[in-house]
Design a protein around this ligand. Structure first.
Ligand code: 5AD
Ligand code: FES
Length: 372
């Protein structure tokens, strides 16, 4: 696989002619097919708590937002969602929350342990910047993967939109390295179009995905939330208007395609934020320009409106069964098939429906045998 230099990546990010972009997307789709196949993995998302002690300038769950009612799911509710994931045929649950101090190390470890003992699910955690001790305890309890988007590789912009971090706290890139060392599959990622985010820094983000050798890469558009300093326009990081990267659908597709080309075997979701800016086609188009994962929501419907990271989030009213059917339909409509394995990195799945009598529908491959 030919590598792209930073200036080539930058050229693609500035490209807006349909013809060349079609080629970029076709190339990313071909790399996706060759490296991770036609399976689309379903990861059931459980948003377990909307409490957060942080003040991220873009996020609707920031502590200073007093206009929202906060919730925390019970252990029983979370385990019930995991059973639903099994019933719907998902391979993974993603347990996500704000940085909620009440989610203690022991409590999370118990829930992870219970899910791992009683279901075949892979468990992904997405609980923010947590200490090495906590990360170690959860890994020991059986958690398989950890998601922590680094949001932007521009250190100045990161600092501007994440106030109140202590000087010697490890940065997210350092935490991601820790996550890998602990034996988790590590997921990073960015928002596209953050005020103050340049094309150049997006190019650096793509190179960072590769340098970190991420197992999972989440990319979605930045969506302004009016109850936040960044979304209300009160905070304006300094940037030349010509350098500002837009948070458009097309920019997100370009970032997904470039991530796939540079990181062929990573698992890359077509995100809910993308579905939010284009309800009818966003998810499918993400899957057609490099993505191979979707994240149907399993959070009980009564909590959904309370987990408003950004406004007008897709799938607020749909039940778990609705999203399951909707996504399976979308996957079929683009000639792909829903994954049946847990869909870890390096698992290449063939269509079990087509090979109904094959001895093993799941071919486990070492990454090096096809990642060249
Ligand atoms: N728009 C888009 N994505 C957002 N996130 C947080 N706030 C927003 C927003 N306003 C994303 C961040 C975070 C993930 C859980 O949600 O990338 O890591
Ligand atoms: Fe939720 Fe389509 S995925 S309604």
């Amino acid at each position: 696989m030919a590598q792209l230099s930073k200036s080539e990546i930058l050229d693609w990010l500035r490209e807006d002619r349909t013809g060349p972009l079609r080629e970029l997307y076709a190339r990313a789709d071909a790399v996706r097919k060759e490296s991770v196949g036609d399976a689309v993995h379903l990861r059931g998302l459980i948003e377990i708590s909307s409490h957060c002690r942080r003040q991220c300038m873009y996020c609707g769950l920031r502590e200073a937002n007093r206009d929202i009612e906060r919730y925390r799911m019970t252990r029983e509710e979370i385990e019930e969602c995991a059973r639903t994931a099994v019933a719907l045929g998902y391979g993974t649950v993603v347990i996500q929350a704000g940085e909620d101090d009440a989610l203690t190390s022991e409590w999370i470890a118990e829930i992870v342990g219970a899910i791992k003992r009683t279901t075949p699910l892979a468990v992904t955690l997405s609980l923010g910047e947590r200490s090495e001790e906590e990360l170690r305890a959860w890994r020991k309890a059986g958690a398989d993967r950890y998601l922590l988007r680094f949001e932007t590789s521009d250190a100045d912009l990161f600092r501007a939109i994440h106030p109140g971090r202590s000087r010697n706290a490890p940065d997210r890139l350092a935490i991601l390295r820790q996550i890998k060392q602990l034996g988790y599959e590590a997921g990073g990622g960015v928002m596209v179009g953050i005020p103050g985010q340049s094309y150049e820094s997006l190019a650096q983000d793509v190179l960072t995905f590769r340098a970190l050798d991420l197992d999972m890469i989440g990319i979605g558009p930045y969506i302004a939330h009016p109850a936040t300093p960044l979304g209300s326009g009160r905070l304006r990081p300094p940037i030349d208007p010509g350098d500002q990267a837009p948070g458009s659908e097309q920019m997100v597709y370009k970032m997904i395609a470039l991530a796939r080309i540079l990181c062929p075997t990573a698992n890359i979701p077509s995100t809910t934020a993308l579905a939010t800016i284009n309800r009818t086609r966003g998810r499918r188009q993400g899957l057609q320009v490099g993505a191979n994962v979707v994240m149907p929501n399993l959070t009980p419907v009564r909590y959904r409106p309370l987990y408003q990271i950004y406004p007008a989030k897709a799938c607020i009213e749909e039940s778990a069964t609705d999203c399951n059917q909707c996504l399976r339909g979308q996957i079929r409509s683009i000639n792909r098939f829903p994954g049946r394995s847990t869909g870890g990195r390096g698992e290449l799945e063939v269509n079990a429906g087509v090979l109904a009598n094959a001895a093993s529908p799941l071919v486990q491959l070492q990454e090096k045998s096809y990642g060249g």
